[in-house]
Design a protein around this ligand. Structure first.
Ligand SMILES: Cc1ncc(C[n+]2csc(CCOP(=O)(O)OP(=O)(O)O)c2C)c(N)n1
Ligand SMILES: [Mg+2]
Length: 741
């Protein structure tokens, strides 16, 4: 059966030579918009190249030699944006941006887009962007980070990257993008309905409305359909033309001249006024959603043929012929020459290597970076000024919230590229005062009060990190990361993987969480599950149990993010923020002195805490579980004479397996205390590790949170391990009787 794509290829010459071309869409001439003949020919060449790459991809797929046939056919008008925007204007692209990418590559010497894209189609490990891991559009030298398949998930980070451009001037940061850059971001019409897109566009408008600069051009490539679901007529215009803070410009992407004129206008507005622009570009979608899509099941033959007659390539050909720039025969010759070129290169890429080992595949999850610089410490005079009001309290032991606050202050002073962003982190200093006073010391540009949208907060971090910042973003409560988790799971964490380690978005995500808050909250303020992070390759997860560790671990988290370009999740146990005592009121055993950066005793990523040397029992825990285990330990020691040791895991990922196994060797009874809900808790990983390595005499048990949500009031802690339960579990494991029974 003849496919629509093959049909187009066969009919192309006939249509051009017989003048079977669509009628003009505008009365514009190339001179009107300032395009020379050679510039128009150049854009047309890009359009043809993009089209032939699509056709070639489908040819390769027939022989199972290419693995992803989603293409750009009908959207080739975006070549114009490849010309208008600079190659250093970071581009977060739609999967139909082949022409844009090809045209952009012409701005930089030595680019080989045909070869590169074909390598990506055939999943060769030579593919310069993903190293054979995915068919993505991307290029380090062209400032195009690869995008994931998840619709609209790139918009929050595009806004974040745009926001960070003027910020780099204000804060005088040596950023990745030149300071007069704009960001461009393409997406489809159906994608614009996604809550992620809506949230991101709203965030851009929200900022712009209050005159916060966001130089971005959001390009909606409107082909009127998403797979098989039609976009309501004029929906995009109706939905986006009146958005507060956002300039709306429409163009017909089928017509190069109109698109060029309107794209110039959009660029000028975004670059010169630092305002977001919504560029609504009409396109058509040709040959179905992807190679495997039988369009005929939801569109009539007549509809399909009408759309094919409106092909942007035919429109461009008409413009070239009408204005006597190329003859019909020259166009056909050009078409055939590019077809031959693409097919010859396709034969070549088939000889290139593929990924063959899992080690190769995994190599870009968390590539080891060659760290050449480390940040210098802030001089003491500056520190004294910064901390002048804290002079007295600094001489005394303090709780975790205070110690984190001082640590953040030192980190902001030390690293100019750090900013802190989140809901209420500014003047208020966050719900628990962890960022209190920092806004007065460092200003609103570094303590950024965001709008209430977790996707936008994470997107701000990811995008700014693309531009050389080291964001510390805050999610107010653990339960609220879930509506935005894809920004971590699908976006931040996968970026090095899909770019072969070339792109990274280093940042620290601080999240207040876990249970045991007395008299406050209910489930959403006491969420005791970290399962959402557990299976994400490459993620670092910190979870301190006390202020002193928290301070050291936060420094290590920031250093690791900075030097190794990693994403670090930093869980702060809310119930321990204000805790000062351990066994009884006033003992001050959970308060600690602040160590300045010069006095720091680093807790490196992965370093576990081992307390005590007893060999009868070891309790392995973290956060609140460790705090309660420390209480239980004294009773077990004093009342039952148990010789024990306590292990504070501190870093839940990556779990330091050798250190942990070493720390439990020779101990006969092992109890894992995990405050999180049992299903999906870290106890699963810890126990299975120990089980694989344990000696015959070693016995294991665990105590976890119930698989239940947390209720209010006195019932709040019923489903979480208590001091008494820890004692009971330990005694049962040791076969000792509980004196309180
Ligand atoms: C979050 C998410 N949901 C669903 C999909 C599956 N999907 C892929 S493309 C697509 C349609 C997108 O349509 P549109 O945004 O108009 O872009 P077009 O393909 O028409 O260019 C869908 C539903 C996805 N990739 N991501
Ligand atoms: Mg669409």
């Amino acid at each position: 059966m003849q496919t629509r794509a093959a049909n187009f290829d066969n009919l192309f010459s006939k249509r051009i030579l017989t003048g079977d071309l669509p009628p003009p869409l505008t009365a514009l001439s190339p001179q009107d918009v300032g395009l020379s003949d050679s510039e128009l020919i150049d854009l047309f060449e890009t359009q043809l190249t993009s089209r032939h790459l699509d056709l070639q991809s489908r040819e390769l797929a027939k022989n199972k030699q290419s693995f992803y046939t989603i293409g750009s056919s009908g959207h080739e008008g975006n070549a114009v944006q490849g010309k208008v925007f600079r190659h250093t204007d970071m581009a977060f692209l739609h999967y139909r941006s082949g022409a844009l990418m090809i045209q952009r590559s012409k701005q930089l010497a030595g680019q080989t887009p045909i070869y590169d894209m074909l390598l990506s189609f055939v999943a060769s490990s030579d593919d310069p962007i993903s190293g054979g891991r995915h068919k993505v559009l991307g290029s380090k030298s062209l400032f195009i980070p690869p995008q994931t398949s998840t619709i609209a998930s790139h918009l929050p980070k595009a806004i974040g990257a745009a926001y960070s451009i003027p910020l780099s001037t204000t804060l005088d940061i040596d950023a990745t993008m030149p300071r007069d850059s704009v960001v461009i971001c393409n997406f489809g019409d159906a994608s614009s309905n996604h809550s992620t897109a809506q949230g991101a566009i709203n965030a851009a408008g929200w900022a712009s409305y209050q005159n916060i600069p966001v130089p971005i051009v959001l390009i909606c490539e409107d082909n009127g359909i998403g797979i098989s679901t039609a976009t309501p007529h004029d929906w995009i215009e109706a939905n986006f033309s009146q958005r507060a803070g956002i300039k709306y410009i429409a163009c017909n992407g089928l017509d190069l001249l109109d698109t060029y004129q309107k794209t110039l206008e959009a660029q000028h507005y975004a670059r010169d006024y630092h305002k977001p622009v919504f560029l609504h570009m009409k396109t058509v979608r040709l040959f179905g959603h992807a190679g495997s899509d039988a369009e005929i099941s939801y569109r009539t033959k007549e509809q399909i043929e009408a759309i094919e007659a409106d092909d942007p390539i035919l429109h461009s050909a008409r413009i070239l012929i009408e204005h006597n720039i190329l003859s019909a025969q020259q166009i056909v010759d050009m078409y055939d020459a590019i077809k031959l070129q693409v097919s010859l290169v396709a034969q070549q890429v088939l000889t290139r290597p593929k990924l063959t080992t899992i080690a190769q595949v995994k190599a870009s999850i968390a590539p080891i970076r060659d760290v050449s610089t480390s940040a210098t410490l802030t001089d003491e005079t500056t520190r004294q000024t910064l901390f002048r009001q804290e002079h007295l309290p600094m001489t005394k032991p303090q709780n975790m919230a205070r110690l984190l606050n001082w640590t953040l202050c030192d980190l902001l002073a030390q690293h100019p590229q750090i900013f802190i962003a989140g809901e209420d982190v500014g003047r208020k200093g966050g719900v628990y005062g962890v960022t209190k006073g920092l806004c007065d010391k460092f200003g609103k540009k570094r303590l950024i009060n965001t709008l209430l949208d977790e996707q936008s907060i994470l997107g701000l971090g990811i995008g700014a990190a693309h531009n050389g910042f080291l964001p510390i973003v805050e999610i107010q409560f653990l339960a609220y990361v879930h509506n935005a988790e894809d920004q971590i799971r699908g976006e931040a964490a996968t970026l090095p993987f899909f770019s072969n380690g070339q792109f990274s978005n280093p940042m620290v995500i601080r999240i207040a969480g876990l249970g045991y808050q007395k008299g406050f909250g209910g489930h959403f303020h006491n969420d005791n599950s970290l399962a959402v992070f557990r299976d994400i390759p490459g993620l670092v997860i910190a979870c301190p149990s006390n202020g002193q560790d928290a301070s050291e671990m936060l420094r290590s988290a920031v250093a690791f993010a900075f030097e190794q370009q990693r994403v670090v999740i930093f869980i702060e146990p809310i119930a321990l923020y204000m805790t000062k005592d351990l066994h009884q009121e006033g003992d001050g055993l959970w308060s600690f002195g602040y160590r300045s950066p010069r006095q720091s005793q680093a807790i490196a990523v992965g370093d576990i805490g081992v307390h005590g040397t007893g060999s009868e029992l070891v309790i392995i825990s973290y956060a609140n579980g460790f705090y309660l285990s420390s209480q239980a330990a004294r009773i077990l020691e004093q009342q039952y004479g148990v010789k024990l040791r306590l292990i504070d895991l501190r870093w839940l990922a990556p779990l330091n397996e050798p250190q942990l196994l070493d720390a439990i060797s020779g101990v006969d009874h092992i109890l894992v205390v995990d405050e999180c809900r049992e299903t999906g808790s870290f106890s699963e990983q810890v126990l299975s590790l120990i089980y694989r390595h344990k000696t015959q005499s070693q016995q294991l048990d665990k105590l976890c949170g119930e698989d239940c949500f947390v209720p209010l009031a006195g019932a709040a802690t019923l489903g979480m391990p208590s001091k008494e339960q820890i004692i009971q579990s330990a005694l049962s494991l040791l076969n000792k009787e509980n004196k309180n029974d």
